[in-house]
Design a protein around this ligand. Structure first.
Ligand code: S3P
Length: 451
């Protein structure tokens, strides 16, 4: 069942080459953070290029529930009148964060050190995901949480009335956990410190500094030590959200595996904590070039040009790169299925607790489509069938997971017999224009009537 309504089965078939320009939407991670920090600043933050996917719209609704004024202009600019650090009001009703782990975990952090209660829920996918990874560190600030067994939603948090700053080493590589602790630290007196052994996406650190918080990152032998000074006044900002490299991954990979293709994906953020997939594709022999390299809002950006690549080779993906491409393993596995030889992916246990168990979801669907896949708790290996070698002719389950849905549609474009997904509905959480954008490039994508 789709997050919002009936399931929407869809088939992707082999068609002509993909050609043209793919303008993908704004970055999901940066969009959530713009709304949350805008709501915690004093005054009006303006955001252009915000991703208007369901995940982000759910976060906007939550910020309104906490008392911020959040409106969208007719020209697409978002205006957020923030209530200041510690200024959140108590929501009158349950907050539904839909499909979004980032939304719920960051919002939990943002309200955790204010003396209010809030109850969170989400769709079936989000209700099955672990929240203790966030509520454990929040408890150290003095936040109480009451949820279902194993820290599942629905869950009520009661914010700490007199929060204490904390020092916390993240037990898993997670930008969501890091960000929740930093957002909670905003309303605690003194210094909150997060230590992460592996670098995860650093959008929160960059944006907190942009809003005027005192925040430093030190690289030490133990990892990155991030120190935030609490109780700043955050100054409203004007933010131009860059385009999402995780969304760019789909038209890029579709072009690389579809014969004759040549697609330009302009203006993609290449923050090193996010760009691991593109490096990996190039290591595997992809004809993927970075054109017009530049700086946009302090972050590296480029236009990506992807051309059909007949000489793709499987590799061992460096595990230390995992955090910088954690959302891209599903589409990488599709690319790998069209390469020669084995692609080995290790150190990816986190894939098991995303919107779905992404190793299981991809392995099941790829096997059904004729690809040999091996998997273990934190690793998997895809045995490539060479360009155009995926048979297809199957319907695969997407488990309410937008990235599984888009990955199998991209696989379908290069398959022999097409691939059907059981539900394209969740794609709207992160990439609402995926369908028209891919069609404009020439992709064959059709709704299938549900039986
Ligand atoms: C995100 C962090 C990642 C990623 C998610 C977005 C973020 O999750 O998978 O899609 O915006 O902070 P983890 O931090 O849990 O690895």
């Amino acid at each position: 069942m789709s997050a919002h309504g009936e399931p929407k089965p869809m088939i992707a078939r082999k068609g002509t080459a993909l050609k043209g320009v793919a303008e993908v939407p704004g970055d999901k991670s940066i969009s959530h953070r713009s709304l949350i920090l805008g709501a915690m600043a004093v005054g009006e933050t303006k955001v252009t290029g915000l991703l208007e996917g369901q995940d982000v719209l759910d976060t906007a609704a939550a910020m309104r529930a906490f008392g911020a004024d959040v409106v969208r202009d007719d020209d697409g600019t978002w205006h957020i009148h923030g209530v200041g650090v510690g200024g959140f009001a108590e929501p009158e009703d349950v907050l539904d964060c839909g499909n979004s782990g980032t939304g719920v975990r960051l919002i939990m952090g943002a309200m955790a050190t204010s003396p209010i209660a809030a109850t969170f829920t989400g769709d079936a996918s989000l209700r099955s995901r672990p929240m203790a990874r966030v509520t454990d560190p929040l408890a150290l600030f003095g936040t109480k949480s009451y949820g279902r067994a194993q820290g599942r939603l629905p869950m009520t948090l009661v914010g700490a009335a007199e929060p204490l700053p904390i020092t916390y080493t993240t037990p898993v590589p997670s930008a969501q956990v890091k960000s929740a602790v930093l957002l909670a630290g905003l309303n605690a007196p003194g210094q909150t410190v997060v230590i992460e052994a592996e670098a995860t996406r650093d959008h929160s650190e960059r944006m907190l500094a942009g809003f005027g918080a005192e925040i430093t990152t030190e690289v030490t032998p133990e990892g990155r030590v991030i120190t935030l000074t609490g109780q700043p006044e955050l100054n409203p900002q004007t933010i131009a959200v860059p385009r999402d490299p995780s969304s760019a991954a789909f038209p890029v990979c579709a072009a690389l595996i579809t014969e004759g293709s040549d697609v330009l994906v302009p203006n993609i953020g290449l923050n090193p904590t996010r760009a691991g997939l593109f490096e990996t594709l190039r290591d595997m022999g992809a004809d993927l070039t970075y054109e017009n390299m530049r700086e946009e809002g302090g972050e590296p950006a480029a236009d990506l040009r992807a051309r059909f690549s007949p000489n793709m080779k499987g590799i061992e993906v460096p595990p230390e790169r995992a955090a910088s491409m954690i959302d891209e393993y599903p589409i990488l596995s599709v690319f790998a299925a069209n390469a020669e030889g084995a692609t080995v992916m290790r150190g990816v246990r986190e894939l098991r607790v995303k919107e779905s168990d992404r190793i299981a979801a991809m392995a099941d669907g790829l096997r059904a489509a004729g690809v040999e896949v091996e998997d273990g708790p934190d690793w998997w290996i895809v045995h490539g069938r060479g360009p155009g070698g995926v048979k297809g002719g199957v319907t695969v389950a997407t488990h309410l997971d937008h990235r599984i849905a888009m990955s199998f549609l991209c696989a379908g474009f290069a398959s022999q017999q097409g691939i059907t997904i059981d539900d394209a509905g969740p794609i709207s959480t992160s990439f609402p224009i995926f369908e028209p954008l891919m069609r404009d490039l020439g992709a064959r994508l059709d709704l299938v009537s549900a039986r």
